[in-house]
Design a protein around this ligand. Structure first.
Ligand SMILES: NC(=O)c1ccc[n+]([C@@H]2O[C@H](COP(=O)([O-])OP(=O)(O)OC[C@H]3O[C@@H](n4cnc5c(N)ncnc54)[C@H](OP(=O)(O)O)[C@@H]3O)[C@@H](O)[C@H]2O)c1
Length: 304
């Protein structure tokens, strides 16, 4: 049986990877308390004891704004951690799927970013993720695939969708940034793409997001429309478009987060669903879960 280690198993992607593991693969989910990827000795020991057939790294320091004041913590999880996993993968001759971000780019391109485009991160988080990619690729002979993604959400946990639903119930109006564009990405599509790359033994750098383009403002408007239609929200509130300057954050974010997916679509033999149809699926699930409790959320969900 193919036992694949999922690191960061307590996060959005880690949970989705475990939930939709292909039938022929068995997973071992390791949350941070079980396996801290920043500790090389623990990573090596864990791999010796469990002999995984592969590693999917969903662990990361994802608090984008907080990273500006905690660069060492961000670097440990986003640069040293992936390096440790790549070294372990090489030593055991197993593949590594590592997940990265659109924040490796400066967002100044007028087009979708290709995997081969030059990186130029604007934030501590972006720098540590870019350095993590480079640390993985620098491990000679490792079979590693890196999947950059953006604007990831689920129907539970702390993310933009759950944050907006909470605010739309609590507030009389909302302002949302309209001059940053990207592709909202349902975590289950991303998890499927990771498993696809694993099963097809792909290596190199890939981009995966849902299809289509939106600003955070467009995304918020769509969340409200779909949630009203599904009866998740009872009434609409006005949503005002803001500029990035109106909504200052400690970390600078790319204004264009669009990623070119043609390479991964070719490798997997399928394209990404449009973000709006995936949003509907996520909200259907949200409704089914019939949550009366809303996850702790904050406006720092403008994470990438
Ligand atoms: N969310 C997005 O919008 C987005 C956008 C672009 C790229 N990405 C990338 O996608 C991947 C998955 O993100 P996500 O949304 O699933 O993030 P997430 O929900 O924040 O999950 C990250 C998980 O990693 C764990 N972790 C942190 N440091 C660790 C360590 N040293 N050892 C082991 N586990 C550790 C966290 O545990 P704790 O909860 O204990 O900290 C958390 O469970 C990451 O590589 C992220 O950079 C995400």
């Amino acid at each position: 049986m193919n036992r694949v280690l999922i690191t960061g198993a307590g996060g959005q992607l880690g949970k989705a990877l475990a939930a939709i593991t292909p039938p022929q693969i068995q997973t071992v989910s390791a949350e941070r308390a079980v396996l801290d990827i920043t500790n090389r000795e623990s990573v090596m020991r864990w791999c010796e004891e469990h002999s995984p057939a592969g590693i999917v790294n969903a662990a990361a320091y994802t608090a984008v704004d907080q990273a500006e004041s905690e660069p060492k913590l961000a670097r440990a999880a986003n640069t040293l951690g992936p390096q440790n996993l790549a070294l372990a993968a090489k030593e055991h001759g197993i593949p590594l799927i590592h997940v990265s971000t659109d924040f490796v780019f400066n967002g100044k391109s007028g087009d979708h970013y290709k995997p081969t485009d030059s990186t130029d991160p604007l934030s501590v988080y972006g720098v540590t993720k870019r350095d993590g990619e480079q640390a993985v690729m620098a491990v000679e002979g490792v079979d590693a695939a890196i999947v950059r993604t953006a604007w990831v959400y689920d129907s539970e946990g702390k993310n933009f969708v759950t944050t907006m639903l909470k605010l739309m119930q609590e507030k009389d109006s909302l302002g949302v940034v309209a001059d940053q564009i990207g592709s909202p990405t349902y975590v289950y599509g991303l998890a499927t793409a990771c498993w696809g790359l694993y099963e097809k033994k792909q290596t190199g750098i890939y981009h995966w997001t849902d299809s289509g383009v939106a600003s955070w403002y467009d995304f918020a408007v769509a969340i409200q429309e779909e949630a009203l239609e599904l009866g998740i929200l009872k009434s609409a509130i006005p949503i005002k478009p803001l500029t990035t300057a109106d909504f200052p954050t400690p970390a600078v974010r790319p204004s264009n987060s669009l990623l070119d997916k043609s390479l991964i679509w070719e490798a997997l033999g399928e394209t990404s669903p449009h973000w709006r149809s995936n949003l509907r699926k996520a909200l259907d699930k949200y409704k089914l879960m019939n949550r009366s409790f809303y996850s702790r959320a904050s406006t720092s969900a403008f994470v990438s």
